[in-house]
Each structure stands twice: as C-alpha cells, then as structure tokens.
Design a protein around this ligand. Structure first.
Ligand code: TRH
Length: 380
C-alpha cells in the first residue's frame, strides 16, 4: 500500500452535541493511521468531547494520540498546507481559504463529505456522487455509510472480529473487565447495557425488569438517561452505585473509553444504544440491541428508524420481526415498553441468532475506511 499516491489525510470534525460526531471521526482517524501508511490529522473544535471517549487527551492545541496528530480546529487555517485527502465530517463546512489552498496544491486535495448513517433507500443513489465548488471548481464526493454494497459500509477495524471473538471466549478477560468496572455478575443474570437519551419510557422498562422472571443486571454508563432512572426510582445514583429492586440489579458505571465500551457491548446479552457510533458498535457485537435514534425535528428520525428496521429484519421470522419492531417503536416514542420488552425477550434466543447473522451480513460489505481508500484510488 506504500504505492498509494495519497498519504496525508485531514479529518475535520465539529461537535454538534454529545459524542457521536467525534466518536465517528476519532474511530476513522485511528483506523487510517493504524492500518495504512497514512499521516492523519484530526481537527476538532471541542477537544473536551474527545477526552470523554479517550484517555489521556489534554487541552493542548496539538497532541499525538495513537498515531493521530490531533489538533484543536483554530479559527483560521491560514498557512496550513492541506492534506492529500480531506474529510469534512457531517457537512461541517471548511473555510474558503483552506478550500482554495486544497485546490491550488500541485495535485488538488481529494475532498469528501462524510455523511450521517441512514438505511433509507435514497442513500444508495447518492453515495459517491460529486458536487462542484461553484468558484473553485473543486469536486467534493458525498460518502454515505450504510448497510448495503451500494453504500460506503460501516466503520470496522481490521482486527475487530478477532478481538471480539477472543475476548468473548476468554473467561479471564471477561472477569477482569467486570472487575475493572466494579461488578461481579451473578449466575443466570441477563446482562444489559443501557446507553440512551432522556426517555419517558424508562419507568415501564424498569418495571418490566423489576418484575422479570429472570434476574437482570443493568449496567448504565453515566449518561443522559441516568436522571430519568433516578427520578423514576426515587434515587440519586451516581457512578459506582448499585441498587437492587426485585429482579433488577442496576449498576452505574463510569463512561468508558471507546475500547472499554466495545468490551462492555461484547460482555452484555443485550445492549441499549443510541445515536450512530454506539449503534454500529452494538451491531458488531453480534448481540441483540435496542436503538434510541437521535431525535430530529418533525419526527423524521422515525422514517430512518423504520428504514433500518426494514433492512435489519428482512430475514427474521415474523414473530421476531413484530417483537423487535414494537419494542423499538415503544422505546423511541416514549411509550410503555413493559409488554413489548416481555414479548421481545421471549424471542431472545431467536434474536441472538438473528444478531449473529446480521453481523455476518455487515461483514460482507467491507468497511468504511477501506471503501474510502478504494474510492480515492478509483477516482484519483
Ligand atoms: O453521543 P451520541 O448521541 O452522538 C450523536 C451526536 O448526538 C450527534 O450530534 C448525532 O448526530 C449522532 O449521535 C447521530 O451517540 P453515539 O453516536 O453512539 O456516540 C457515542 C460515542 O461515545 C461512541 O463513540 C461510543 C462512545 N462511548 C464511549 O466511548 N464510552 C462509553 O462509556 C459510552 C457509553 C459511549
């Protein structure tokens, strides 16, 4: 790969909110720096977001982390020589002087807009299309992650599956992970991780768990859903606290690094996830998941939710389809989830098998970073 005629990459990230924007960009940057002979710079406007998901990140304007040159995105990029490939994440808009510098290099930079993830049909038609900068005549490629071969695929490190499998099959690894997060699972507990936005459905879910016929261990990373949990239970749980109510044992754990969070997803029987990156990682875990999609105006996120469900459930048996669809809808519309939780978990074995099959299907799509590199090779 040392023959590739593009070696330097600039990835630009504006943190809109939460951790998904930086989560995706950081993952892409790390993979490109680690698996290719590339020099990668990541420009981020809010370094605090990165320090939440990765250890040892400081407030320095420039730092080298895991082979990536991480920079705080300054007000002006004047004097910065643009890279061979420039990735503008989620239409974060690059300054005109930097675009002009991209154009006026001996070979103009290859310019991507990395889009948000969606399973909607139109994505296939738009993936890989170009738009032309009206003044500079510089081409920008629209790169869409997705769930089919006609999209850019999903971020997945080359060693991800091997690491997951060896972690999942090694009892010592698992035990030391649980020890690190301060919990010892009991025999027969159904282990669930719960990461989500504020959600009025939480009370009904907690009720279902409290009254569950099987013991439940719920691991809650310290995040936006915690105040709702506390309100419903009349508690003020903070990171490290554990509470038992009926069949439910709930433990609040610290926010982990991205690597630690992957492991959390791998050790759980079922994962509640949200946004974009945790949603994708839960699919790579190969276990059942419930997605809290990022809410958008006029409920357009519900269209995206159904588009994903249609794709995800294509080969699932009809009972499982209904059970998952109903639970995801209830969770996303803040409706009572008790019944749909019970119905979905009655199908758990089936759901586990389905999750592994889905993961295999995703594996056949390649991965987003490699697809991006190949796209550059084809179009340069
Ligand atoms: O944080 P999110 O809700 O992020 C977003 C943003 O809101 C964004 O603006 C929006 O456009 C996008 O969703 C769709 O959810 P997400 O995408 O799952 O990102 C969370 C990141 O945090 C992900 O990289 C995983 C990481 N994480 C950890 O590293 N440790 C943890 O303990 C947890 C719970 C998450």
């Amino acid at each position: 790969m040392s023959h590739l005629p593009f070696k330097t990459w600039d990835i630009f990230c504006r943190v809109v909110d939460n951790y998904g924007d930086i989560g995706v960009c950081w993952r892409l940057a790390r993979q490109l720096a680690h698996e290719y002979p590339f020099q990668v710079r990541l420009w981020v406007d809010e370094i605090a977001a990165l320090s939440q998901i990765w250890p040892n990140v400081t407030a320095a304007t420039q730092q080298f982390i895991n082979g990536v040159d991480v920079r705080i995105w300054p007000e002006s990029l004047a004097g910065i020589e643009p890279a061979d490939v420039v990735v503008e994440a989620f239409a974060c808009e690059l300054p005109e002087n930097y675009l002009a510098a991209m154009k006026h290099r001996p070979t103009p930079s290859h310019w991507f807009n990395l889009e948000y993830l969606s399973a909607e049909d139109w994505v296939e038609g738009c993936h890989g299309l170009f738009s032309m900068h009206p003044q500079l005549g510089l081409k920008k490629a629209f790169f869409f992650p997705g769930f089919s071969l006609k999209t850019g695929g999903l971020l997945k490190e080359g060693a991800l599956q091997i690491e997951r499998d060896s972690f999942q099959t090694d009892a010592t690894n698992k035990a030391s992970f649980f020890q690190d997060i301060g919990i010892e699972p009991h025999k027969n507990e159904l282990i669930i991780s719960l990461f989500g936005y504020e959600n009025s459905a939480i009370g009904s879910l907690l009720d279902a768990w409290i009254n569950s016929p099987i013991p439940i261990l719920c691991l809650v990373p310290n995040s936006k859903i915690l105040p709702d949990i506390n309100r419903y239970l009349g508690e003020s749980l903070i990171s490290g606290d554990e509470l038992i109510r009926g069949a439910l044992r709930i433990k609040v754990i610290p926010f982990l690094s991205q690597t630690g969070y992957d492991r959390l997803l791998w050790v759980c029987d079922l994962n509640f996830v949200r946004g974009e990156d945790s949603f994708v990682r839960a699919q790579w875990a190969g276990s059942p998941l419930v997605w809290h999609i990022y809410p958008q105006e006029d409920d357009i996120h519900l269209v995206k939710l159904d588009a994903f469900l249609n794709s995800y459930l294509t080969n699932a048996d009809p009972r499982l389809q209904i059970a998952i669809r109903t639970l995801w809808h209830d969770w996303n519309s803040g409706e009572n989830c008790s019944q749909s939780w019970n119905d979905a978990t009655a199908e758990l074995q089936n759901w586990q098998k389905h999750s592994r099959n889905w993961c295999q299907h995703l594996n056949s799509l390649g991965d987003l970073a490699s697809n991006m590199v190949q796209f550059c090779q084809k179009t340069l």
